[in-house]
Unconditional design. Sequence first.
Length: 131
Amino acid sequence: MTLLLNILWFICGGWLAGLLWLLSGVILAITIVGLPWAQAAWRIAGFAFAPFGKRIVERSELGLSDIGTGPVGFLLNIVWILFGGWYIALAHVIIAACEAVTIIGLPFAFKDLQLAWLALAPVGKAVERID
């Protein structure tokens, strides 16, 4: 079922969302200053291409630590929210509302809401496979 949902997601726009997140990561990486956000954008891209069978967790829950954890991560997320995260999250919420109109679209709406939450504060988050 997860494979079928991921295929439908990919065909119906997941490929575009994933490519846009990849592109934004590349642009952020080119600036050098945007490297912490570039890594987060690439993690989100992996989730955006195929979100079913995955969940979003704090990096500290997985025993991973990087610059994005703790007070530095909090500040990076504040800067992200101010300069781009809020309108990307809003776009995902609007798409989720459109998907939630039909019963068939509900699983996709839930994944778009997860993407909205992730887009709001991506630094310090990780994507984990659900077995």
